[in-house]
Design a protein around this ligand. Structure first.
Ligand code: NAP
Length: 492
């Protein structure tokens, strides 16, 4: 779709006609050709969003009207499940079944914010004066730049689009340049659901070209970004000039701590999934396995055995359990990361080289990889690979497990496995990460806040706070019986 830029209710090409090919990371086939936005396009999209917001065309809708609209979008997503899943699978190389889980989660996100919108209302404050009423209202913050990554393309932008609409904001959406197809379809659904022209705008294209415009333009009130730490830092700097609100969902280097008294069958099974689901391209992936020393050998041996069994393949391969990395550039990054780990002294137990099978030769496939004998001084333990690489560390006491689990600049998520409930409570309290799973790994709920401590970001998505990000708070003080203040003498 070479007219994939959506501004003020119209589909258009890039200002200079530039286009970009989207190729399947599984086999290199062409899946789409989209407009490659220029700065002029980003500026036009911001203008449209600003005009729409200031006109009140949508921001003046009631909470219940906007909630009804979100519910309609959820219905449409469920109706178009097959289409949307196929688009997501085409761009990312993930299996159709995984893409369908994602679309179901996207619909659930819209339903969550539809429900939450209905719970909003003004709050009365006791003014202490009989003739004064005082209330707190909340209103949409204004124009939002919403920028998403490529690993869960539609889901991550839904966490932004749904609350932005619930709050009555207008927005410019920029999906990753690698995975724009589901964002394009979402715009069509928003249009069908009745979002007024100018409220929802889409620019497809590269962050390196339009990113700074979206994050520094004075007409933008909020930037909500999901992606890597370097980009997040740059966005904070760009947004600082006009004191925009910035919500950042960044990387993670997530500890998965297993004590010897845990249910090891379950812990091992989840450790494999936590590390290798979606080939490790998950911000909350359990990439740091932290084991109590006595169980190290048993757990590692079983994880290596399980890693070898994982079937890797393209979406068309119905027996595949996981797919490719997103791009050649990302594959190279993962390879370099691994080489650094080995050079630092980590022991490579399984995986470690690009998949050689002929049927995988045209894609960016990398196998589940385990690095043993790691510690927190190593690059491979501290930095995110965003690939299927699991590092293994050991501990000898609860205090040491906590220390290792917190020894990272990141703080997105983590898990603790033990049959001692008091211990799991102590450890979960001590871990400085935004989500902690006890005897589990991975689940999230739209009703629960998601986000990171430390360099994993600021603000929260989902839950209640995920709506608050998009709201301004206003105090309205009404004097129903005005009289002179008599603070200063009036000279009469
Ligand atoms: P990225 O390179 O930072 O890109 C994310 C988005 O930012 C893309 O749309 C990208 O556009 C855009 N961008 C690039 N340069 C920009 C600039 N100067 N200004 C504004 N936007 C710019 O991250 P990624 O590689 O797509 O995603 C992987 C990262 O996301 C990992 O670190 C992962 O942990 C994190 N992540 C976090 C969460 C969470 O919930 N905390 C969830 C998912 C992913 P282009 O695609 O055109 O470069």
């Amino acid at each position: 779709m070479t007219n994939s830029i959506y501004i003020c209710g119209e589909w258009r090409p890039a200002a200079d006609g530039s286009t970009r090919e989207i190729r399947s990371p599984a086999d290199g086939t062409l899946v789409a050709v989209v407009s490659d936005s220029r700065v002029e396009d980003a500026l036009a999209a911001i203008s449209a969003a600003r005009v729409a917001f200031d006109s009140g065309i949508f921001s003046s809708w009631s909470w219940s009207e906007r909630s009804a609209l979100l519910s309609k979008v959820a219905d449409f997503l469920e109706r178009d499940m097959e289409i949307v899943a196929a688009l997501e699978s085409g761009d990312t190389g993930k299996r159709i079944i995984e893409a369908k889980y994602d679309v179901a989660d996207v619909a659930a996100t819209f339903r969550h914010f539809a429900k939450l919108g209905l719970e909003q209302g003004d709050r009365t404050v006791d003014s202490g004066l009989p003739h004064v009423s005082s209330r707190i209202t909340q209103e949409g913050i204004g124009v939002c730049s919403l920028i998403g990554p490529w690993n869960y393309p539609l889901l991550q932008i839904a966490w932004k689009v749904a609350p932005a609409l619930a709050a009555g904001c207008s927005f410019v959406l920029k999906p990753s340049e690698l995975t724009p197809s589901t964002a394009i379809h979402l715009m069509k659904l928003l249009e069908e659901a009745g979002v007024p022209a100018g409220v929802a705008n889409l620019v497809t294209g590269a962050g390196s070209i339009i990113g700074d415009t979206l994050t520094s333009d004075p007409r933008v009130d909020l930037v909500s970004f999901t992606g890597g730490l370097p980009t997040g830092k740059r966005i904070m700097i760009k947004a600082a000039e006009t004191v925009k609100r910035v919500a950042l969902e960044l990387g993670g280097k997530n500890p998965n701590i297993i004590f010897a008294d845990a249910d090891l069958d379950a812990a091992i099974d989840f450790a494999v999934t936590a590390a290798f689901l979606h080939s490790g391209q998950v911000c909350s992936a359990g990439t740091r396995l932290i084991l109590e020393r006595p169980i190290h050998d048993r757990v590692v041996k079983e994880i290596v055995r399980r890693a070898k069994l994982i079937r890797i393949g393209a979406p068309a391969d119905l027996t595949a359990e996981t797919g490719p990395l997103i791009s050649a550039g990302h594959l190279k990054k993962v390879e370099e990361y691994l080489a650094k780990g080995v050079a630092e002294g980590a022991t490579l137990l399984v995986g470690g080289a690009r998949c050689a099978a002929p049927e995988l030769a045209n894609g960016w496939f990398f196998p589940p990889t385990v690095l043993d004998n790691c510690d927190t001084t190593m690059y491979c333990v501290q930095e995110e690979s965003f690939g299927p690489i699991l590092t293994v560390e050991v501990f000898d006491s609860e205090e040491e497990a906590i220390k290792i689990g917190n020894d990272t600049i990141y703080g997105l998520s983590g898990a603790v496995w033990s049959s001692d409930i008091a211990r799991t409570e102590r450890v979960s309290k001590a871990l400085r990460h935004g989500t902690i799973w006890i005897n589990d790994y991975g689940p999230y709920k739209p009703a629960a806040e998601w986000g990171g401590f430390k360099a994993s970001g600021n603000g929260r998505e989902l839950g209640h706070h995920g709506l608050q990000e998009y709201l301004e708070i206003k105090h309205i003080w009404t004097n129903n019986s005005p009289s002179k203040s008599e603070w200063f003498a009036d000279g009469n």
